[in-house]
Design a binder for this molecule. Structure first.
Ligand SMILES: CCCCC/C=C\CCCC/C=C/C(=O)SCCNC(=O)CCNC(=O)[C@H](O)C(C)(C)COP(=O)(O)OP(=O)(O)OC[C@H]1O[C@@H](n2cnc3c(N)ncnc32)[C@H](O)[C@@H]1OP(=O)(O)O
Length: 280
């Protein structure tokens, strides 16, 4: 795939610049006035995190990081889904080399987003299960639209959220609530998520959610950027270092677990249920 790390200006609309690295599954728009970059996931139909979307996310996060943007807002081009989480097709009857690349890329995205020196916020404009929730909780602030759901539902699929998924979740929720929610595979409605503190605010439209995220990011305008970045880094360093130290082990554990016949069977049943529901 043709990909360049050099930022290229491909369009202008109002005070924003649309930047692209010739990727198709994400766009990055930088507001000239605020310096805040909006990173939008746009993989139809549900922003399932497959290898290609993960690669584009990583490239876009790196762009925003190296472009010294004032902040990063993560959102979706889909009107009802932020991200359906990991693309289950990547894990069901997987191809040997591709699934290794897939998991490695997911690790990369998490390390870049959770460890970003740029302040981050998620405008959650739709459902956000599992991997979608991972992305949202890797950001520092969350604004969500009503009537959607968010949570780590892995146990409902017969799979297990790895330690670093828990780290992001635990950076937002107290241990007791995080543990219970994960064990139950609980999905929270927007209202429940607000009550428990899994999200910070609600908004009635995507535009309002993005504005509220921008207002949060604006609170850092008068804070020394290096002091802020180093402070954030200190809070997150142990979690990041743990995955860095265990990356190979984490990959092997994932491969072992996902290739278990019982896990494959469970994923097959879950996928079938999703497809049946979609046809109704
Ligand atoms: C101790 C050792 C640990 C080792 C690690 C072990 C295991 C690894 C764990 C990895 C962690 C996993 C994280 C994940 O993210 S797993 C994915 C979880 N995601 C879900 O459960 C979401 C499932 N989807 C939904 O609930 C809904 O689709 C929705 C997102 C709420 C959207 O609903 P709606 O708008 O009604 O859309 P449809 O349901 O009709 O879906 C449209 C089509 O998209 C397909 N789809 C949906 N989600 C996924 C997905 N995640 N992956 C692949 N495909 C998906 C759906 O089947 C429809 O397809 P069709 O049009 O072809 O029928």
């Amino acid at each position: 795939m043709l990909r360049t790390k050099v930022l290229s200006l491909v369009a202008r609309s109002g005070p924003s610049r649309l930047m692209s690295t010739a990727t198709k599954l994400t766009t990055v728009e930088v507001n000239d006035k605020t310096g805040i970059a909006t990173l939008t996931m746009c993989r139809a139909p549900v922003n399932g995190l497959n290898l290609e979307l993960l690669k584009d996310l990583k490239t876009s996060i790196d762009e925003i990081e190296s472009n010294k943007s004032r902040g990063l807002i993560l959102t979706s081009s889909n009107a009802t889904i932020f991200s359906a989480g990991l693309d289950i097709m990547e894990m069901y009857n997987p191809e040997k080399e591709r699934i290794r690349a897939f998991w490695t890329q997911l690790q990369e995205v998490w390390l870049s987003l959770y460890g970003s020196s740029v302040p981050t916020a998620a405008a959650i404009n739709g459902h956000s299960p599992a991997g979608g929730c991972l992305l949202a909780t890797s950001c520092e602030y969350r604004v969500m639209l009503p009537k959607f759901t968010i949570g780590l539902n892995e146990t409902q699929l017969g799979i297990v959220a790895p330690k670093w998924f828990m780290s992001s979740f635990l950076s937002v929720l107290p241990q007791r609530q995080a543990e219970r929610a994960l064990n139950q595979g609980r999905m929270f409605s927007t209202e429940e998520a607000l009550q428990i503190g899994l999200i910070d605010e609600t908004a009635t439209s995507k535009e309002e959610a993005v504005e509220k995220c921008a207002a949060f990011l604006g609170t850092f305008a008068r804070v020394n950027p290096l002091a802020r970045a180093l402070t954030k880094q200190q809070f997150r360093a142990a979690d990041l270092q743990q995955l860095e130290n265990e990356r190979k082990d984490d990959l092997e554990k994932f491969l072992f677990f996902i290739n278990q016949p019982a896990v494959q069977k469970g994923l097959g049943i879950y996928l079938e249920g999703l497809k049946k529901k979609a046809k109704k």
